[in-house]
Design a protein around this ligand. Structure first.
Ligand SMILES: Cc1cc2nc3c(=O)[nH]c(=O)nc-3n(C[C@H](O)[C@H](O)[C@H](O)COP(=O)(O)OP(=O)(O)OC[C@H]3O[C@@H](n4cnc5c(N)ncnc54)[C@H](O)[C@@H]3O)c2cc1C
Length: 392
């Protein structure tokens, strides 16, 4: 039996590691199975730390771990580096960019999401995304160059544009990046001989709240902290078009910034719909309560690329913590089916979420308790450290 896993992010890697442990534990009592883990990179990205990479708050390679290191004691997992370009469910195979076909008996789709630009003209072309390690490095280097250029010009208007960073989207990515950027900007200014308060950071969201998933109290806290750090928050502000160095927003207003970061939403990878799999309006593949792709007996999907029903209440949030638990669930389901047992229904475990708002602040609702400030940040760092430890 070949189990093929597409994507080794939070969901796919967890599924591979759990399958490896469960199948080795059974030591031959389960039918023999091979696990192929496909990823386009040779490393696992700690996506929930990428805003730190993008603002030089951590060392360059701290937010990635080489798969070789993670998998050295995982004898059943075969790592395959390559880019999936086409899924062919009828032929039970996946085609890679280089033309190779990978056959499967069981398929796990865990390809994550892509940045969604919501049909805003110019957004894709003239902004920076922050979803991958490469994007984080590109953004970091661009910002540093902008501050260097600002130091060289005597034109005050031009200087201001170089040191202005506009962030579109007040969710996890936008808020966390804004908090770190607010801490990095004075350091950069000092490094390049600019006034410490010269930089401008603007965070825009079309909705009336930041961090929608937490509710009004977290919005208020995030706004308060970001405001204190010098971030200008513009709510109810829709971006209508983007041009090089300029954001055109509601009521004909223009915000000029050499750095525009697009954190305005996500959508599933195009290859899901192209494969004829059922998808929602955001291009995420539709799965049932077992995380099984609708009408596909042996195809599962989870994480950001899947639309997973949340007990009659929309879909499960796209976060790393849910993705990981879904990865474990898919592994359990496949082992149950290999052994001829009935699989369990996936119940989203609501343990709460935490976000950082700069190097000393955070906000969150772990186990339903509201936490703020340094304790929230400490808890988040603790969870990230625990996650790393599960990969060693
Ligand atoms: C800056 C930022 C901060 C965040 N902070 C938090 C946080 O604090 N807490 C939290 O819970 N969530 C956070 N999130 C959200 C969280 O990171 C995602 O929900 C999580 O990464 C989803 O996991 P996943 O496995 O679905 O996808 P990913 O982790 O994105 O993994 C997808 C994998 O698929 C691979 N892949 C993609 N396409 C292909 C292809 N065609 N062929 C081969 N391989 C491919 C990628 O290389 C990647 O390894 C944050 C997100 C961002 C961007």
């Amino acid at each position: 039996m070949n189990i093929l896993i597409l994507g080794a992010g939070y969901a796919g890697l967890r599924a591979a590691l759990d399958l490896d442990s469960m199948l080795r534990e059974r030591n031959g009592s389960a039918p023999p199975a091979s696990i192929t883990l496909l990823d386009q990179n040779p490393y696992h990205q700690l996506v929930q730390e990428l805003h730190l990479t993008a603002t030089a708050a951590i060392h360059t390679r701290e937010a990635i771990i080489e798969f070789e290191r993670i998998l050295r004691r995982r004898s059943l997992v075969l790592l395959r580096q390559g880019r999936a370009s086409r899924i062919e469910p009828l032929q039970r195979q996946v085609l890679l960019d280089d033309g190779t076909a990978l056959a499967y008996d069981w398929l796990i789709i865990a390809l994550g999401a892509q940045t969604s630009y919501g049909n805003v003209p110019g957004a894709r072309e003239h902004s920076f995304a922050l979803r991958t390690f490469d994007e984080a490095i590109r953004l970091r280097d661009h910002i540093r160059n902008c501050f260097a250029e600002a130091a060289k010009t005597s034109d005050e208007t031009e200087k201001r544009r170089f040191v202005t960073v506009a962030i579109v989207g007040g969710g996890y990515t936008g808020c966390q990046f804004a908090g770190e950027m607010a801490a990095w900007a004075p350091q950069l200014s000092e490094e390049f001989g600019l006034a410490r308060n010269e930089a401008r950071i603007a965070l825009l969201d079309r909705s009336p709240v930041l961090l929608k998933q937490f509710g009004q109290w977290a919005t208020a806290e995030a706004e308060r902290v970001l405001d204190r750090r010098g971030v200008s928050v513009y709510l109810n502000t829709a971006v209508e078009r983007v041009e090089p160095g300029a954001l055109y927003v509601s009521e004909g207003r223009v915000l000029r910034a050499k750095t525009i970061v697009w954190a305005g939403g996500i959508r599933g990878p195009a290859l899901l719909a192209e494969a004829g799999l059922p998808t929602d309006q955001f291009g995420r593949v539709l799965v049932d309560r077992y995380l099984r792709v609708q009408n596909q007996a042996r195809v599962f999907a989870a994480g950001d690329c899947a639309a997973i029903p949340d007990q009659g209440n929309g879909t499960v949030p796209a976060t790393a913590s849910y993705a990981m638990r879904q990865g474990s669930h898919m592994a359990e389901t496949i082992v149950a089916e290999l052994e001829g047992r009935a699989p369990a229904v996936y119940e989203p475990l609501k343990l709460g979420e935490l976000v950082s708002l700069g190097p000393n602040d955070g906000v969150g609702d772990p186990l339903g308790f509201r936490v703020y400030g340094p304790p929230a940040l400490l808890m988040k760092k603790g969870i990230e450290a625990w996650y790393r430890s599960t990969l060693e």
